[in-house]
Write a protein that binds this ligand. Sequence first.
Ligand SMILES: [Zn+2]
Length: 437
Amino acid sequence: MPSFPQSGTVLLRNATVPTSVLAGTDSGEALQRIDILIDGGEVAGIHPAGGAVPADAAVHDMDGGLALPAFVDLHTHLDKGHIWPRKANPDGTWMGALLATQADRETRWAAADVERRMDFALRCAWAHGTAAVRTHLDSAPPQHAITWELFERMRERWAGRIELQAVSIVGPDELLDPGSLDAVATQVKASGGILGGAVLSHPQTRTIMRRTVEKAGELGLDLDLHCDETGDPQSSALRDLADVVIETGFKGRVLAGHCCALAMQDERVAMATIERVAEAGIAVVSLPICNMYLQDRSNGGGVRTPRWRGVTLLNELKAAGVPVAIASDNTRDPFYAYGDLDCVEVFREGARIIHFDHPQASAWEWARAVGAEAAVIGGFGYEGEIAVGVPADLVLFRARGWTELLPRPQSDRIVLRGGRAIDTTLPDYRELDDLME
Ligand SMILES: [Zn+2]
């Protein structure tokens, strides 16, 4: 366990935070030094660094180390996680991932199997310092009944540690078919979930979006769709979603994930879509690590190096006023071989892949893409802010700034939940060996 006072009032001295934390003291700098008083598990005071130490408080000197709010991971696939050793992606492509995952699901995804892998993934997220997770759940019947019932139990079991949300994911043809769309939406409604599915390069995309948005409206559900996870510039799911949301006056929350094709379209076409997305009030989550792994990969026909990073036009979307987040996506499954639900990794690799590291003055705003901004987009109860009166859920680093945070994996981070340091030991992969036979 890390060295941190595990009882009583604690003053966290000389912590470095992005300037948005201490309102009214914006000096034009990206970061500032503060003292954070923790009492009764909550943030009891935030002050400029160097003030008096309350008489009853133990002091933990951060020596300039960064303090960030515990993370929000807005897009994951807990049900797919950690199947790689028994079901690898044969060629690293998106289609290879889809077929491998489908074969594994149809033969192996009993509740007990999904439960152990999901719990393993959540323990990873917990140890890395994550407080809220949204997962997509493969919901093609008959899997929907198995997984959603299990999810409800997991949401209950993890309550107070990781706030969980779930989204259905089915293919475009299940969204198009009124019977299966209704079956999935009814399950989602009963389980308190979010309606979703994956659509790319489909000739009936407009109809699919209309039926999905109307079904969500009918049942009072929010939406979260995988849109255009492809390099095909003709793929129009994001544009059609935006048009339908505007045409129908849909009132729920709408989140679009991936949106990779936007980066492959003609500039004028892409910008017109971005304008429509902003007008529709749709938020966008990018999955930089997974997109770079899958997109522009085609080693099947011989030796080839990718020309494209795979991500959507996230900087342009943000500049247009679209709420944006970045998230993990997959973990050791055919869609991404290496994930561990570590939002520090997502932030670090996001900075490198999407280039939000410059200008440096605004780069720290992007920490909110795995924090407060993601929490608002998702509508989580956990807010991802360091503020007086909220639980002291913080991730503490020795790193004092950008070039100390990004080079290293930050394995020595201290994670505070409710003001106390948790055990950050990661679960051992060997635990899952019997599931991989
Ligand atoms: Zn996904």
